[in-house]
Design a protein around this ligand. Structure first.
Ligand SMILES: Cc1cc2nc3c(=O)[nH]c(=O)nc-3n(C[C@H](O)[C@H](O)[C@H](O)COP(=O)(O)OP(=O)(O)OC[C@H]3O[C@@H](n4cnc5c(N)ncnc54)[C@H](O)[C@@H]3O)c2cc1C
Length: 512
């Protein structure tokens, strides 16, 4: 008889793992606590006729091989390209991907020294991406393996620098002017505002397929990310998996350091030879595993994983597109891409003061996207759906609850966007601000951490989320992790789910 598998959680990674394992002939049951699958990759109709993605709204990291192997395009999943980012600053300047021959475009103002600095920084980041890209659909490499791979090549020095240098130091050494530092300021959005430079290697998750050269889709999914998650669920079901929604797992059943199944809320027990958890590591080990089944030191290490940075999302129905006052190209173009506001070194420094004080960031980075410009199925004629992503924000506040901060923060954000697009406030017909508390309560993300564990430079690859968990296996026999807390990381990528399924299949093969 084929081994029985339970997947806990129907986020897109749990679904990908279920689809691969069912495809290999295993008897898979998946339990999702909400009435629908998708986790942080869903579409929801927040107001009649207006569909939103309450969490992730764009894709850039779904590996083309996963799309092919699951037959997602054949199943009707349609990816829509989106122009890359626009950045507007409050001095009336911008950087835009499309060529606009305007003195406002900072790209036309760079001095020779600034251009050289940008080239050097980009070369460094590209080198790191190339070093790590081949490991995406595999168990992560060891540091020794990567060092051996790059020994004697130009990448050797880049790797050592990335392992030993914080980004702010690199900024100070390499980026000569405030304008160039603003260009890269967003890189200081994670990890206490000063990640290890190795964090740049995380972008290898977006690299083209090594075999075919095909790049991952970069943009939206028609119908929103719910269409993507639902299609994977369909594949898993067709391959024989059973997907139960509205069934929360309360506890993992453990006997002699081995997981033997799960107990659902309500008390029903389901036996399994193998259990995969799509939940973040804190939720898996500190909530689902009975206390006493894990070494106290291990539990402390899990409890200390970085999850304290979250985000807020402002979702709105508008009657007209934002008119960006300093943009002098095609007026609709920025809304077809995504517009970043307040992305400067000074703002980042102030944001981190707010986060350290655990208060809502006063002038955060705001990323404004309008998915309905490229996907009219999300809206009604004459209206657009605006999806603003505001990262980072503190998970928990010191002097108030997020519930109390919700409306003042929404109003402040609307004012800040209106300062760049004067028609924005009056164009709003409906709006909702989602807070870290919502992400924790509704999506089940510990501390509202959007990638399950921060993508800090020191929790990637061989150390994601910890060295003893980096290979999808855990200290408990039969228990695997398949969510965003695993290599190569968060985002809508399907890669941790794919890799965890391969680890299970490899272990089964070895055992027989
Ligand atoms: C606000 C926000 C914006 C984001 N924006 C983007 C973006 O634009 N692009 C991008 O690529 N990424 C984005 N991300 C990141 C990305 O969405 C996530 O990293 C990714 O979706 C995580 O997928 P997952 O399957 O690993 O886990 P999850 O999606 O977290 O799925 C875990 C599942 O487990 C379920 N669950 C929890 N507890 C139990 C239980 N006890 N029993 C049963 N089921 C349980 C949950 O309900 C959930 O369905 C964003 C995330 C957030 C929160």
């Amino acid at each position: 008889m084929q081994p029985g598998v339970v997947v806990v959680g129907g986020g897109h990674n749990g679904l990908v793992a279920a689809a691969y394992l069912a495809g290999a002939g295993l008897a898979v049951q998946l339990f999702e606590r909400r009435p629908f699958v998708g986790g942080a990759a869903t579409t929801q109709e927040l107001w009649p006729g207006f569909k939103f993605m309450p969490c992730a709204h764009m894709v850039h990291a779904i590996h083309p091989r996963i799309i092919r192997e699951l037959g997602l395009r054949e199943r009707g999943v349609e990816f829509i390209d989106r122009p890359n980012g626009f950045r507007f600053w409050d001095d009336g300047t911008y950087i835009a991907p499309a060529f606009v021959d305007s003195p406002r475009n900072r790209a036309h103002r760079w001095s020779a020294g600034e251009r050289a600095a940008i080239r050097r920084f980009e070369d460094f980041a590209r080198t790191l991406r190339h070093v790590f890209a081949p490991f995406r659909l595999q168990e992560p490499p060891s540091l020794e393996q990567v060092r051996a791979d790059v020994a004697g090549t130009p990448a050797e020095a880049a790797l050592e620098l990335a392992l030993t240098t914080r980004l702010k130091t690199l900024f100070d050494q390499w980026l000569p002017t405030p304008a160039v530092r603003d260009r890269y300021a967003v890189l200081l959005a994670g990890d206490g505002g000063n990640p290890l430079a190795l964090a740049l290697a995380y972008a290898s998750i977006n690299a083209p397929d090594d075999e075919t050269g095909e790049a991952p889709p970069n943009g939206y999914v028609r119908g929103g990310l719910g269409a993507f998650s639902n299609a994977i669920a369909e594949v898993a079901r067709e391959r024989g998996a059973t997907i139960h929604t509205g069934r929360a797992v309360e506890q993992l059943l453990v006997e002699q350091a081995r997981v033997i199944g799960v107990r659902l809320e309500g008390g029903e027990e389901v036996r399994a030879d193998i259990v995969l958890s799509n939940l973040d590591p804190k939720r898996t080990f500190l909530r689902l595993v009975p206390a006493g089944q894990l070494d106290a030191g291990f539990r402390r290490r899990v409890a200390a994983l970085p999850t304290g940075e979250s985000c807020v999302k402002l979702l709105a129905v508008v009657a007209e597109l934002p008119r960006w006052k300093d943009w002098d190209g095609d007026p609709e173009l920025p809304s077809r891409g995504a517009v970043a506001l307040q992305e400067s070194e000074a703002h980042l420094a102030a944001i981190w003061v707010d986060i350290d004080a655990r208060r809502p960031p006063h002038a955060p980075i705001i990323n404004v996207a309008v998915p309905s410009t490229l996907d009219p199925s999300l809206t009604q004629p004459g209206y657009h759906t605006v999806s603003c992503y505001i990262y980072p924000a503190p998970s928990h506040l010191r002097d108030q609850r997020w519930e109390e901060a919700r409306e003042p923060m929404a109003q402040r954000l609307i004012d800040q966007i209106t300062a760049y697009a004067p028609n924005f406030r009056q164009s709003i017909r409906h709006y909702r601000l989602r807070t870290p508390t919502d992400l924790e309560g509704e999506e089940g993300l510990t501390d509202g951490c959007i990638t399950h564990v921060a993508h800090s430079g020191d929790h990637l690859f061989w150390n994601r989320p910890l060295p003893e968990l980096a290979h999808y296996r855990t200290p408990l026999g039969g228990l695997y992790l398949c969510g965003a807390g695993q290599h190569p990381g968060g985002e809508v990528s399907g890669q941790p789910g794919h890799n965890a399924a391969q680890a299970v299949l490899r272990d089964l093969e070895r055992a027989h």
